[in-house]
Design a protein around this ligand. Structure first.
Ligand code: GDP
Ligand code: ZN
Length: 363
């Protein structure tokens, strides 16, 4: 006779064996469920997939452009494959592969890796999830005004550092060029712009009233995407209107009004240039996307022209603040690096140092 404790079933399995097998079954079911509902490693075939670019959000959906003037509403699904694993699944500006076959709302099967990005989080903190606001932007157009508000190299330098941090290319746009003759500092502005050019940052003189320089700017934007940065009043919205046409810009304003109160995290949008040769990113406040925690000792590397002097600094890890035998300070004394540019560096460094101390103190 079988001992009930061990063999209590007709099929000869012990209760313990049954329990284990049931557990295994549950575990396998769980794994299967997880597999079904989490992003797959790769399953796309290029069969019916269409390449598109995300232009904006619309409620819970995304509006993607598949060809000039051809927009399609789409959405992500649980199995959408990401080329950017530690960041937002999809952002305005992303290039995506969509599947139109299933319903009138297209499905985003794959988000391609981003070339560049504007994020809320610093790139230096790689361990944290990155919220991407806009992707695949080529230029930061640092807009300054030739008259009012006054031209500020300090602001240009900050945005240059920020652009480099996001791997975007900075260009300087001096708008209101029709008013340049009125500005007492016109000579200084011209010198500063020449200096920026000498260290690799191009500039464009534009006027949205006379249209001076607008075509040159359009040429630069050919097949590129730009986001404007600069103080309020320098003419960012005017530039956007002039480049994209009032109509597109107006639609954008209406769209934003319509979205008010809905659960959209952002009203960032890509506006195509009328001839579809490029895009302007419209964002309510670029400043917050450029908040980043740069370590003080990293800032010197973002002042590109310091590099060639720094090898001659006496101290190996010279910060170019008040170290003896500093070749960067010497270049400033010899008017090779302008004082205003060096002052921007010092101001930036002091701020980052203050923040670093606050961070350490706060832990
Ligand atoms: P934003 O705050 O940077 O978006 O600046 P706006 O586009 O709203 O422009 C601020 C003011 O400057 C408005 O009154 C514009 O009409 C004016 N403005 C913009 N561009 C120019 C320009 O090229 N020349 C002149 N004279 N005024 C301009
Ligand atoms: Zn030095």
């Amino acid at each position: 006779m079988r001992v009930a404790k061990d063999f209590d079933r007709e099929d000869g399995f012990s209760t313990e064996q049954i329990r284990r097998s049931r557990n295994d079954r549950e575990r396998r079911k769980d794994i299967r469920h997880k597999e079904r509902h989490s992003p797959k490693v790769f399953e796309t075939t290029s069969r019916d997939l269409i390449t598109a670019r995300i232009l904006r959000t619309e409620g819970a959906y995304l509006i993607a452009e598949t060809a000039p003037d051809e927009m399609i509403r789409c959405r992500t699904i649980k199995s959408t494959v990401s080329g950017n694993p530690t960041a937002s699944l999809v952002a305005v500006g992303d290039t995506v592969l969509i599947d139109k076959s299933e319903s009138d709302i297209a499905v985003i099967r794959e988000v391609l890796p981003r070339k560049t990005k504007l994020s809320r989080r610093a790139h230096t903190r790689r361990d944290q999830f990155e919220q991407v606001i806009a992707a695949n932007i080529d230029y930061v157009g640092i807009v300054q005004s030739a008259f009012e508000p006054p031209f500020r190299t300090g602001i240009i330098d900050r945005y240059i550092v920020a652009a480099l941090e996001g791997e975007l290319r900075p260009i300087i746009i001096l708008n209101k060029s029709d008013l340049l003759a009125k500005d007492e500092r016109a000579e200084f502005i011209a010198e500063a712009l020449i200096y920026y050019k000498s260290i690799g940052y191009e500039h464009y003189l534009t006027s949205t009233t006379t249209n001076e320089g607008i075509n040159d700017l359009k040429d630069v934007l050919h097949d590129k995407t730009i986001v404007f940065a600069g103080k309020s009043g320098v003419g960012k919205s005017s530039l956007l209107n002039t480049l994209c046409g009032e109509e597109i810009a107006k639609t954008q304003v209406l769209m934003k009004k319509g979205l008010r109160g809905m659960h959209t995290t952002t009203t960032v949008a890509m506006l195509p240039l009328p001839d579809h040769s490029g895009y302007v990113v419209d964002t309510p406040g670029i400043k917050e996307f450029f908040h980043f925690d740069l370590e003080p000792d990293q800032i010197r590397f973002r002042f590109v022209e310091f590099q060639k002097f720094q090898e001659q600094c006496k101290m190996t890890n010279c910060l170019h603040i008040h170290e003896p035998g500093c070749a960067v300070s010497e270049a400033v004394d010899n008017d090779i690096i302008p004082e205003w540019r060096y002052n921007s560096y010092l101001a930036f460094w002091e701020e980052a140092e203050r923040e670093r101390k606050a961070r350490i103190g706060g832990i």
